[in-house]
Each structure stands twice: as C-alpha cells, then as structure tokens.
Ligand binder design. Sequence first.
Ligand code: BES
Ligand code: MG
Ligand code: ZN
Length: 497
Amino acid sequence: MKIEVIPSKNPVKAELLVVGVWNTGTEKKKSAKIDSFHKKGLVTLLNLDSFEAGLGKTREVTTADGQRALLVGLGNSKELTPEKFRRSIARVFKSIKADQVSSLEVDLKSFSAKLKEATTFDIFVEAFLLANYSFDKYKSVKKESKLKKVEFRTVKLTKAQAAKKIEKIESITSSMNFTRDLVNEAPNVLHSEKYAQIVEKDVKTTLKGKGVKIKVLNKADIKKEKMNLFLSVNAGSYYEPRLVHLTYTPKKVTSKTKHIALVGKGVTFDTGGYSLKPPGSMVGMKFDMGGSATVYGAFRAAVLLGSPYKITCVLAITDNMVDAKGNVPDSIITGRNGKTVEILNTDAEGRLCLADALDYTCDLKPNVIIDAATLTGACLVAFGKEVCAVLGNDKSLVKSLYKSAENVDEYIWELPIIQEYRDQIKSNIADIKNIGAPARAGTAIGAVFLENFIKNDIAWAHLDIAGVCDSQDHLPYCPAKGGSGLMVRTLTDYLTR
Ligand code: BES
Ligand code: MG
Ligand code: ZN
C-alpha cells in the first residue's frame, strides 16, 4: 500500500474519494471544510438530509461528474479526540478494504477541523497501517488486499515532508506488526532457538548499520551465568533456552548518555509445567512470549527513530513444559543473585525467567530498567483486556511512563508495592517463595517477587501486559484476535522522548 500526498491541482484519479463531514450540533447541521479543489462536485451532496454525520457513520455518494465519494461522519468537532479519530479511521479503512477498492484519495482538510492537518495526517496513516495488518501465513487461500494506493490531497504538506512523516510512522507500525507476528506465530514453530534466530536476522537486516550489537547466550552460557531459576523453567524443554542481549549505542554518545534497559518474558509456550494448566487455560499460551516481543518491538522502533539514549534489550526465552527432567513443586533453586527460591507452583514461571534476566541486566548498570511480561492472570481480573498494570520502585519513572502512555493513547495504571506483599512471599525454608496466597493481589505479588532481583538502586518498572498483549476486539486498529502490539508505542515514546 503506497501512501503519498498530492498537490492540489492534479485531477482526481482514485477510485474512491474520502471526505470528512462534521455534525455541527443541534439540528443535524453538517459542515465540511473541504479542499476547494473538491468543493464543486461535493457541496450539494453534503446537504443530504438523511446523512447525520455522526462519528463513525458513512455514506457513499456519486458526484455530478461521476466520481465515487465516501462521506465520513466525524460528529461534533468539540467532542473529537485523537483516539476517537484513530478508531474511527481504522473502522473506515477496514470497510473500504473489504469493499475491494483499489485506490483512495483523502481530502485531508475536511478531516482536520479540530486537529492540525499534519496531526490528522499522522493519525490517518498510523490507523491505516495498523488496521491493514493480518496474519494469514497459514491460510492456503489468502485474502489479497486490492488497496494499492492512498493519496492525501493537501497544501499543508509537501511530498518530501509527507515522506519523512510516513517513514517515522512506519518505524513504529512496522515494529508493532513485527511484535504481532511473533505473538501470533504457532508455538511449535516459534520455539526458543528459532525465536532467537528470527530476532538475530531482523537485527542484521532491518537494523543493519544503526549501532546495534547482538549477543545470543545458549544453554552453556546461561549455566556459566548461574541463571538457575531461568534454567529451572527450561528443565523440561526439548529446546535450549536463549538469552538474547541487544545493545544500541546512539551516534552521539558521552559518558553522560542515559542508559535504558528493557527486559522481556519470552515463554514461547506455558503449559504450567507440573503445576499443569487445565486445557481451557492452556489454549492461547503461545502469547506468553508477548513481553519479549513487546520490548523487542519498542527497541526496534527506537533504533529506527534514532533514539538519543543507550538502550539494552534482554529477552529471556524458553518454553515451560512437562518432562521427566522438568522442574517440580517444592524445588529450591538458587538464583543468579544468590537468593534461594522455593518453587511452590511451576506455573509461576515468568517471574523465574525474569528474576535472573533482571539480575544480569542490573550488572550492566543502566539508569533505568523496564520489564514487560504476560505475568499474571490476576492482571486480567483487575484490569480486563483494556489496561496494562505498572508497578515499580521509582515514582518519577512510573510518572514518565504514564506520560508516554497518555501521549500515544494507551492505558496504564499503577498498583502498589507494600511491605505486607513482600512479607507474603517469605518462605519457611528458603529466602522467598514464588507465589503468595491464592487469588490475592496476584499481579503485585508477581512484582514484589521481581523486586528481589533489582540491585544497585536502579530505577525499575514492571509492566504486566497479560490483558493488553492480545485480542483487543474493542480496538479497530488491532486484530480482534491475536497479538495487539500494544505498549510498543508507549515504550517507544519513552525511549525517544
Ligand atoms: N502466563 C501466565 C499468566 C497468564 C495467565 C496470562 C492467564 C494471561 C492469562 C503465568 O505464567 C501464570 O501462569 N501465572 C499464574 C501465577 C500463579 C500460579 C501465581 C497465574 O496467573 O495463574
Ligand atoms: Mg505460568
Ligand atoms: Zn507464563
């Protein structure tokens, strides 16, 4: 799908012209700030009595000179927010795509009564590129999209300015789509060894020449690192674990350059291990590597955007399987930092992988660590599919993440870390245990467990993406089922701001 802007004088060549129409209030009054170029053919049509121009309503018309045009209702301009606009445009895009239209011309001015034309353009392009995603590699008959060209008519942007904007937006949307692909891939295909190879290949192609180094630790390396908690999760696996360690160094770097580290849970499939999940809860657990896919997506976007910060990204990858050699409940394992952990539930495995990965990352002495994980079912109980949980040890870091989420219209909400929760995971026989009381503050318990593996006073925040990672059927720019790519935009904003 090629996206371009066209200078105002060229004749309309597209199959479908798309025009925004506002409902200006009380008596179904409509108005359009259409480009003067389109005015002649459209003004009479815009007064269609039966078209209310409510947000999300559309009406197809034919202009006097035979041009197909889609009127897109935008509601009252006072009520429109960037997110309402993004969702609305994504819905319109899907219906246009389903209609098998091959080319579009968008009258940009008509959509920008409230937001500037440049901002309107950004949201439009973002919504189109995100809504255009599909995961159809396993469909023998693929639904080929006919939509090949989208042109925006505007006098506010030159072709070159638009091309620059599109490149920026694509850095983010292509990375979100990369995350979605990883989350959607089948677990029999995306095992740990394969996952590390896919990341390595992407680094060597997409991120080539951009200051990124990659190191992939295999089982022997991970043993040398004494990452016994991580290894215990992998104990029942046919595949070796992988710890992928990525480093980005910006072009301008000094000893004062801020160093941000991302750490992601990469459980390619979570059976629960010997604390086996019931069948109904096991389906969908291919998404349990979503934290690692999310932090990699954000790392990738930040590199493509030329972030000014030094960025480390650590992915802890394994599956959680049942086998004669598998980890059993009651085991006591010593983590990389020397703390002993009583494993009372092998299904609380994400925190075991992250524990050693966090300790490893602390040794790199970053200023900030942010981890992301599909860590707890309890997060879904607390927040549903809509909100990502954040917990951490540094108020200003959490505040900064709130700001980033707000900038890109994603939802995060903080949960507390309190002494009482810390006390809950004290073990009778070891330093700590890997679960708290059943059905009590599970998301925060996960976080206080992780807190044990943060050292050197590093500012740390944990994102529990169990809800937002997949199946966002309320968001038209995300697939109704499968990987969402959410939180990539929040993290990218944080990494580039
Ligand atoms: N990957 C799951 C978390 C999860 C469960 C995400 C359901 C989304 C939906 C994690 O490894 C897990 O199994 N957590 C347990 C922890 C419990 C044993 C303390 C959970 O949430 O049930
Ligand atoms: Mg589990
Ligand atoms: Zn898990």
